[in-house]
Design a binder for this molecule. Structure first.
Ligand SMILES: CC(C)(COP(=O)(O)OP(=O)(O)OC[C@H]1O[C@@H](n2cnc3c(N)ncnc32)[C@H](O)[C@@H]1OP(=O)(O)O)[C@@H](O)C(=O)NCCC(=O)NCCS
Length: 192
């Protein structure tokens, strides 16, 4: 898709995954710190699931983006779509960034690109769900204009078996774009 320059000058390529990325996707999720992996919705990403993610992206069930630096995946973002039923106006965003690439606005960049895809698909409301201890996620989504819709008590069982509250955040596309514009206008953002 695009080569982007992060706010420390690092270059990353942002593009959808292909089947050739499956090993890189597995390596990325395996390399996440235990603290992040314990809150993954799917606790273990195996080859079949990674291939299914590529398939979903290719057939339009989800929009997926990888951030690639050199030959390595350093960020992964998804917009999951329901297409039908009562949730068809919703899109759910999930984003992961490698620890050494955090606080360089890569997470915000992936979210921005997923918003553009949501807009093309006429999604009205973007949702993000996270376990209560995922504080950075809450901060970045708050920074981009999301608000907390609900905190559902003990809805998450982490990989170690502990229970946590599930925080549901959302933002309509109008709200998001206003906040994103402020965010990028106020920063030294090279490629926006
Ligand atoms: C959440 C996550 C994707 C954020 O990615 P990131 O690239 O570090 O975030 P950004 O650099 O784009 O942050 C944008 C803004 O969000 C806020 N923010 C991000 N991380 C923050 C933190 N740890 N503490 C406080 N504010 C934070 C800041 O306002 C930041 O802007 P600033 O650095 O100019 O102050 C990353 O921390 C991550 O992968 N966490 C583990 C997985 C996870 O919880 N994913 C969410 C699942 S929905």
């Amino acid at each position: 898709m695009h080569i982007q320059t992060l706010n420390d000058g690092t270059h990353v390529e942002i593009r959808p995954p292909t089947y050739e990325d499956v090993d890189r996707m597995l390596a990325f999720f395996t390399s996440l710190p235990d603290e992040d992996r314990r809150y993954l919705k799917v606790h273990r990403l195996d080859r079949d699931r990674a291939e299914e993610r590529v398939r979903e992206a290719l057939d339009g069930r989800a929009v997926r983006l990888l951030a690639v630096a050199g030959d390595r995946v350093v960020g992964d973002g998804a917009l999951e779509l329901s297409h039908q039923g009562w949730g068809r106006h919703l899109g759910e965003i999930r984003v992961f960034v490698a620890p050494e690439f955090r606080r360089k606005h890569l997470g915000a960049l992936l979210i921005q690109k997923l918003f553009k895809e949501a807009e093309k698909r006429e999604v009205e409301k973007v949702v993000a769900r996270m376990a209560a201890p995922q504080v950075a996620a809450r901060k970045v989504f708050e920074r981009l204009g999301f608000h907390v819709d609900a905190v559902l008590p003990a809805y998450v069982t982490d990989a170690a078996g502990a229970k946590h509250d599930l925080v549901v955040m959302s933002c309509t596309l109008d709200e998001v774009w206003r906040e994103l514009k402020d965010f990028y206008d106020s920063d030294h953002w090279p490629d926006g």
